[in-house]
Write a protein of this length. Structure first.
Length: 388
């Protein structure tokens, strides 16, 4: 795991043509902005929410899942073939339950199709890396129509090459005839978690950050999120700044399973305290007092990590969280890390919360070594599959 470009747990990186790494620092908050993360007061400016706009939950019906075929050897180095194996494995698994569309550079389309098999549709749209959650637009419904919100992907604040990834939003929406709106802020799909009922979870570290949104206060960003996504309540979690390339996306920390219910990533008991476990503790403290868009308190359920001595994956930046699962039509896809006891425990927790879906473990050791997971590499388009 020696290539410094590939790890999303390694924030300090540089790449040709971008001018190096941006300095990471505290959020650019104006005087008087709330200093402590949590459920902030009403936004200082902007609409409370866009009339008729709704950001649906992941467990609602999907038309398809989008994925991206990793393209750049200078990002993954010698691990490019094996991370492609992981991506193909995830694509084939999801395609058993709903249509999967794989985006690939035109010159790599045939190879991607051979690897993914006939159940996966591979289309020629140029990409840089595999993180479809962050590069494909966020989909909302407005007046009964689907709308793609382009979040202006910037390589997580200009930390990685993204010339092609920055164009995915326009290309996908044009291909499928979906109306596009450009967000007034910079963010990624992994930054957000919604219950589909007006509540949004966000890590402050990944959005209220001068590497994405310089000069914008949290109140202003909250107003833009409410307006752009149609949510009514934003619950802010602190996250972690400057320790991974995403600045700690929420989708590896906490996930909704229903309105009012969240699964929270938890380190194995006895594991040394680090910035990630402190972020989970901080999130728990926020949830203790926070209410959702309905005015209800949240039920918080622990989702314990595996034992790092028992997993099959390796690397200092290996992301061993079960929270990065993906909910598809009829199934939930979770990582299989190789700690049988922990894998089975996580599967049981997910089965309890998604009783009508099959829980499907998938081995993703190379994706995880690069700092991500199944959710990071997939992106759902709401709606009914064409066959229905």
């Amino acid at each position: 795991m020696s290539n410094p470009f590939k790890s999303r747990r390694t924030a300090l990186r540089s790449f040709a043509g971008i001018g190096g790494v941006l300095a990471l620092g505290a959020a650019a908050c104006a005087p008087g902005d709330p200093a402590e993360p949590g459920s902030s007061p009403a936004a200082a400016s902007g609409e409370e929410s866009s009339a008729g706009r709704r950001f649906g939950a992941e467990w609602e019906s999907h038309t398809r899942t989008f994925m991206c075929w990793p393209a750049l050897e200078r990002v993954w180095g010698e691990d490019l073939p094996v991370v492609r194996d992981d991506i193909a494995r995830v694509a084939r698994a999801v395609a058993e339950y709903e249509p999967v569309v794989m985006l690939a550079k035109p010159a790599q389309q045939a190879a991607a199709q051979r690897a993914c098999g006939s159940q996966v549709e591979v289309i020629p749209i140029a990409v840089d890396d595999l993180w479809a959650r962050d590069t494909v637009p966020v989909f909302v419904e407005e007046s009964g129509e689907l709308l793609g919100v382009d979040l202006n992907f910037s390589g997580w604040g200009d930390k990685q090459e993204h010339r092609d990834d920055a164009r995915i939003g326009r290309a996908v929406l044009s291909k499928y005839g979906i109306a596009r709106t450009q967000a007034p802020l910079v963010a990624e799909g992994g930054s957000f978690e919604t219950d589909g009922a007006g509540t949004l979870l966000v890590t402050e570290s990944s959005v209220v950050n001068k590497n994405r949104n310089p000069g914008k206060s949290r109140d202003r960003i909250e107003a833009e999120l409410k307006s752009g996504l149609g949510v009514k309540k934003v619950i802010w979690l602190a996250g972690v700044r400057g320790q991974d390339i995403t600045d700690a996306h929420v989708d590896s920390l906490v996930r909704f399973t229903a309105p009012g219910v969240v699964l929270l990533d938890q380190a194995l008991p006895g594991t040394p305290v680090d910035v990630w476990s402190r972020a989970a503790d901080q999130a728990r403290s926020v949830f203790k007092d926070a209410t959702d868009a309905r005015g209800k308190r949240l039920e918080v359920i622990d989702l314990p990590q595996p034992d790092f001595d028992e997993i099959t994956g390796r690397g200092d930046d290996f992301v061993a969280t079960y929270a990065n699962f993906y909910v598809a039509n009829g199934a939930v896809f979770m990582p299989r890390f190789g700690d049988t006891r922990a894998d089975d425990r996580a599967k049981g927790i997910l089965r309890e919360h998604f009783p009508e879906r099959e829980i499907v473990p998938v081995k993703i050791d190379t994706i995880a070594s690069g700092g991500g997971g199944i959710h990071c590499s997939t992106h759902d388009q709401p709606g009914k599959p064409a066959a229905e």
